[in-house]
Design a protein around this ligand. Sequence first.
Ligand SMILES: Cc1cc2nc3c(=O)[nH]c(=O)nc-3n(C[C@H](O)[C@H](O)[C@H](O)COP(=O)(O)OP(=O)(O)OC[C@H]3O[C@@H](n4cnc5c(N)ncnc54)[C@H](O)[C@@H]3O)c2cc1C
Length: 270
Amino acid sequence: MRQGAEFEVIPGIQSIDQEKDSVALTDSRGQVYRGRYLIGADGVHSQVRKITGEFKPTHTAFATEGIVPLEKCQSGSEFTFDYGVVQNGYGWLIPKHDHVNVGLYTCGDSRQICKAGLREYTEKNLGTGTVEHIVGFPIGIGGDAYVPRSSLVFLVGDATGFADPLLGEGIHNAIKSGQAAATALIAAIQSGADANLAYRAAIEDIRQDICNCRKISYLFYNQLSMSYALLKSRHFQSRLLKGFAQGMTMTEIRQAFFSRNFLSVSKTEH
Ligand SMILES: Cc1cc2nc3c(=O)[nH]c(=O)nc-3n(C[C@H](O)[C@H](O)[C@H](O)COP(=O)(O)OP(=O)(O)OC[C@H]3O[C@@H](n4cnc5c(N)ncnc54)[C@H](O)[C@@H]3O)c2cc1C
């Protein structure tokens, strides 16, 4: 905002025209906005993505969550990730000060997740079917297939499927890809280089990480009993939690897991 950015709520996008050195966005009232570049940070249902055809995701993940007031809970709950309660996904129970946040996630068939299913899961785990403020949304995955084509329009976050398919977490990569777009476009303006190439390079590690997460997710959910045994191993748990706490990506955690340092640290810890 200090740099002069302005926020404006518009009713919807009618068209996006990519001209030689600028982009013109016309909203549904006919008002035209013109800029050097356009960044589509408009979520999983991205109009920018649909109108420009910059990326065509093949499918989305889905999550639903709600709140159970503590006084309604018939049984206590611990912080829980519950693998196997839905196919290719998990349920969660996260106790907060006066309520428990409950939810279900899948990167598989979204039809298996619904309000009734969430209530059933809650009934089973907390002894009550009362779940308030239920919300459910698709989550953008599959972004490892996104190769920016335009030199003027760029997609970030869920608009381009940058959420991690294993856990459905997308906030980190939404911020990271937004920063990557800003950095790449500033560099392109300053150097006169092609913004497309700059953005491609800037998101390469995100795409690589999403690709690794997709492979891990496939193995993890298709071999759940083995995956669960691995998750219960003390060494694995400790490296995973330390990695997440340090803000490492799944790719970095995997690399650290197989590095000599990790093996020697594990040996010492043991
Ligand atoms: C139930 C649930 C729980 C989740 N929990 C987690 C979690 O714990 N951790 C995590 O990392 N991720 C979580 N996620 C995923 C996470 O919410 C998304 O991956 C993340 O919000 C994506 O960020 P984004 O900025 O790309 O898109 P969004 O957060 O969807 O933001 C896009 C914004 O663009 C706006 N917009 C759309 N069209 C227009 C338009 N034409 N003009 C102006 N504005 C427009 C929308 O209103 C919206 O505010 C969860 C998702 C769900 C459904």
